[in-house]
Design a protein around this ligand. Structure first.
Ligand code: GTP
Ligand code: MG
Length: 210
């Protein structure tokens, strides 16, 4: 920090800050699109397709760590090319059906490009993790150009989110005793949560048909 020309640091930081700012815009675009769908849903069907929506930008230190793990030299171009999850939006729904309905409505918008879809609800991870992940590209309109930016969108039910937060704690606390036992217990809870989500969904369907 105390180099000969501190302005050099700022000059090299600018393209990175500019990239982050673009990701922030893309994240806002996706969040707004989902909020618009929510608004329309509550007008038309008198209910909300999601409970909460949260956006986050990956921290610089996590970007550096991930680029290192992937063995990629650090540059603004490489970061943009390599990482799909710098901008992240998490949508928490009450019911599994709402997840698929919302995801379909988002993806069919004509300015959204679907890059990748991972359905960990239909195909849970071995540890029990469930969520629907989309990588989408959304255009942001700058003063003199239009630029497509990638955003990771994770859709989960409230129960899946509850599970994922607890599991996350296990993952980052490697030294806990009985961690194998805890992992098995978590896997069992994931199954219970999944069948509860389906039953709650079925109850809602019955109420709506009534
Ligand atoms: P990452 O390198 O971790 O981003 O994996 P990936 O690029 O193969 O993406 P994937 O779609 O599998 O996971 C992306 C994100 O989903 C992670 O950063 C987490 O937020 C979440 N996630 C994935 N698997 C798990 C899991 O087993 N437990 C929890 N708690 N979260 C998970
Ligand atoms: Mg990822």
């Amino acid at each position: 920090m105390e180099g000969e020309r501190p302005e050099e640091l700022l000059e090299s930081a600018f393209p990175f800050l500019e990239l982050m700012s673009r990701y922030r815009c893309a994240m806002m675009e996706v969040e707004t699109k989902l909020r618009v769908l929510d608004e329309e849903f509550s007008m038309t069907y008198n209910r909300n397709p999601f409970e909460t929506i949260k956006s986050r930008l990956k921290k610089p230190i996590s970007i550096i760590d991930k680029m290192r793990r992937k063995g990629m030299p650090l540059s603004v171009e490489n970061i943009e090319r390599t990482l799909n999850d710098i901008a992240g939006v998490r949508v928490i729904c009450s019911f599994p059906d709402d997840i698929y309905a919302l995801a379909a409505m988002l993806v069919k918008q004509d300015d959204i490009k679907l890059i990748e879809k991972k359905d960990y609800i239909a195909h849970p991870k071995p540890n029990g993790y469930r969520s629907l992940h989309l990588i989408v590209e959304v255009p942001i309109f700058l003063s003199n150009c239009k630029k497509y930016m990638r955003v990771e969108v994770q859709f989960r039910t409230i129960a899946m989110d509850f599970w994922a937060s607890l599991e996350h704690k296990l993952k980052y606390k490697k030294e806990i005793d009985h961690s194998e036992e805890i992992a098995q217990e978590l896997e069992a809870c994931a199954e219970i949560i999944s069948s509860m989500d389906e039953r709650m969904q079925e109850i809602r369907n019955r109420i709506e048909r009534a």
